[in-house]
Ligand binder design. Structure first.
Ligand code: UFG
Length: 333
């Protein structure tokens, strides 16, 4: 009988990583999490069910030890910096962490013959939208160092495929949101910049008010439209990407979104309905680099991975995030 190997999950103590760990554990996977805890939270992991290693993916000696001691079958690579604005003002930090550091991981994989890689890529690799909804054929012309660092790693992975047979799935996420439906784990970023948590933080009083960045966009209500993808749907996509690689399939890129767009105002209205509270609001200018609309065409994810978003209505994202923020953790580990 073939016994599946261990999965190495970088950044597994972070927001999307920890939700994916929970999902994979429910499918009886064996998991090592490597996380430097720059942004991750060890409390987000069931310590009795995963091997947790605090460390850097650029630490060649540590990685060599992990790959020697464990039979690592595939790597799921979440660890990255993801503040778009910061990537514009401090690009080298992003190229160092998101591009250079994983090279050590890849060198170790090559040395130990581990050839399966699932990569947390992003719709930010596309840059300004040229058509909508966006599919995987959309030109990739990132407009910030965050998107560029992710696109460059996609290229590195392809070249490793040509050279030594690495096979990868690039999962290009749209707007990740929502939390674990049990309220056990959730989204805890410092600083928190994302729309749904900031709306809820304004309601609980953790921040004074939420600022709407721009009301003069060429959209029906003047605010930006995004495709919000529930973190549990991202988690299930990772599991299906693993099945895809285990079946021997070749490197591919897949967009992950629902195919539906919602405006900032619609999200605020929904949050008011879900929570029964008014959101304290300010109205500010546009945030630099925000396109008016980003909507995913998820057809390839269905065709190639058999994946489809289950939580298509952002109401469920807000409900689960509200459960996390009002639950025993109060939104913080
Ligand atoms: N927004 C506000 N006020 C806030 C926060 C956000 O009005 O306080 C608006 C933004 O302007 C945007 C929308 O809400 O229109 C969503 O913003 P988020 O910051 O939640 O998400 P982004 O679309 O900026 O970023 C996400 C990911 C990035 C990724 C990017 C790709 O977080 O990692 O999508 O476009 F790069």
């Amino acid at each position: 009988m073939f016994i599946q190997g261990t999965l190495l999950i970088t950044g597994g103590a972070g927001y999307i990583g920890s939700h994916t760990v929970k999902h994979l554990l429910a499918h009886n996977e064996r998991i090592i999490v490597l996380d430097n805890l720059a942004f991750g939270h060890p409390e987000a992991l069931p310590q009795d069910r995963v091997t947790f290693v605090q460390g850097e993916m650029a630490d060649a000696a540590l990685l060599d030890r992990l790959f020697t001691e464990h039979s690592i079958e595939a790597v799921l690579h979440f660890a990255a910096f993801a503040f778009v604005g910061e990537s514009v003002t401090d690009p080298l930090k992003y190229y160092r962490n998101n591009l250079a550091a994983p090279l050590t991981l890849l060198e170790t994989m090559q040395k130990h013959g581990c050839k399966q890689f699932i990569f947390s890529s992003t719709c930010a690799t596309y840059g300004n939208p040229q058509f909508m909804p966006m599919d995987e054929t959309h030109p990739q012309e990132p407009v910030n160092a965050y998107g560029a660092s992710k696109l460059m790693l996609e290229r590195v992975l392809k070249d490793c495929g040509t050279a030594w047979g690495l096979r990868a799935v690039f999962l290009r996420y749209f707007n990740a949101s929502g939390c674990d439906l049990d309220g056990e784990i959730g989204e805890d970023h410092t600083p928190e910049t994302h729309l749904i948590p900031r709306i809820l933080m304004a309601i609980t009083g953790e921040i004074e008010a939420m600022t709407v960045f721009g009301t003069d966009y060429p959209t029906p209500d003047g605010t930006c439209i995004r495709d919000y993808i529930h973190v549990n749907d991202l988690a299930s996509a990772h599991a299906l990407a693993l099945t895809y690689l285990r079946a021997g399939n070749e490197t591919t890129a897949v967009n992950l979104g629902t195919g539906n767009g919602f405006s900032v105002k619609q999200i605020i209205d929904t949050a008011e309905q879900v929570t029964g509270h008014k959101v304290p609001l300010n109205y500010g200018p546009r945030r630099a680099g925000d396109p008016p609309e980003l909507i995913c065409n998820p057809a390839k994810a269905k065709a190639v991975l058999g994946w489809e978003a289950e939580y298509k209505d952002p109401r469920s994202h807000i409900e689960s995030a509200w459960k996390w923020i009002t639950g025993p953790h109060k939104g913080r580990y």
